[in-house]
Ligand binder design. Sequence first.
Ligand code: UD1
Ligand code: MG
Length: 457
Amino acid sequence: MNPSSRGPERLEGVTAIILAAGVGSRMQSQVPKVLHHLLGRPMAGWVVAAASEAFAATSVVVLSPATAGLAELLGGSASVAEQPKPLGTADAVRCALAALPASAKELLIACGDTPLITAALMREVVVARRETNAPIALAAFDADDPTGYGRVIESSDGSAECVVEERDASEEQRAIGTVNAGLYAVDRAWLVDALGSITPSKASGELYLTELIAAAHAAGTPAPIVYGPEIELEGVNDRHQFANVAAALRERINEGHLDRGVALIDPTTAWIDVQVQIAADAVIEPGVTLLGGTSIGARTRVGSGSRIEATSIGEDCIVRSSAIEGSSIASHVDVGPFAHIRPGCTIAANCHVGNFAELKATSLAAGAKVGHHSYLGDTEVGERANIGAGTITANYNGVQKHKTIIGADAFTGVGTLIVAPAGIGIGAKTGAGTVVLADIPDGCTAVGVPARIIREA
Ligand code: UD1
Ligand code: MG
């Protein structure tokens, strides 16, 4: 299941505001919390994706100067409002108001640090508010460990009386396990008024959005509570919660691959970004990482320890414990173990890339073989050419990079060194240890240092 492509029709008439201006100091990181990468998206990107699935209108994400980098990572999937200083969640919502379209009468407010949230739950909170006609509704859950969350104080009729933040809570209130998820549906006109009445917290000086719950209760229109599962509502404030949430997203993504017929040998150790596509009957061994826009064809086996990023791999390939980035690999190719295919490589059908081979911006035509311990950079290799163990293209002379062309059916001996732009002709051969400084013509055999032709075509 791709978490961003399921569920019923998108609800009309609701605009989501996603709060992502806080730095998240409890993460102990130089990187603002909401930008931390989680299985192919920044943390807040998961919340934006859920809102895009839930609602027809474009969401508004609140950013601060510290988190402004998120805008580019979201790539236009949401519009942006600025909160100049992180003065609290109520201030963040106030900053979003100016960026809302006039047509947005109903709002859904979510926190950018709750990446497990689903579109279904977002819609449920909206519906709960509509049905009760209350100005605000909130989502809550019973936390295994409520530490750090606002506690929800429930009235006898099941609505919310108020939310008390941990730092303001009494011992007795801290013992409450029902916590605020940070997910609210709210009427815009009421919100604009109610925000004006929030005063800074005595404990932190921040303006708490959670004060809205007490305001609704005081006005005799208390907020209905929608209970959700912790697995959809866990917030990320520190590295422990980040690790929990990452594991939950991994499980969600991997369940989808299993449903579609991918053989994930150990779904608990395969880390697969949300954008990755894998065909049925592909086999993913334990400890594999697949990143970005990678695609894996049917019956291809990706071996333990492989890390593959932004690469397409065709059908019936075998990749053993290798690193591959930004490349394209056709069908019936075998790679590794311990090969490194760097960006810009194109590998045609039936090729072999052996142990400890490194390729960079190199193309292999169909049936070419690059054996053990070779380095080919900026090289074109013709069909069926056989690159002997330890063959190196010296593509960089300290100033410029040059290309090397190796013809179809060429054969390089063990330890051949080809100094670019020198190349090897079609069907040409080199002996072991040859140093090629000038082109070897088609069909010739060369040996020695520097290479001399010992057999003409
Ligand atoms: C908040 C809630 C708490 C709830 C918890 C759920 C408040 C006061 N508390 O606490 O009741 O249990 O979420 O996870 O709302 N942000 C801004 N601007 C700010 C401050 C925060 O945009 O000035 C953003 C953050 O980037 C984050 C979200 O709002 O995405 C929540 O802020 P955070 O500081 O994590 O609040 P919590 O302490 O988790
Ligand atoms: Mg939080």
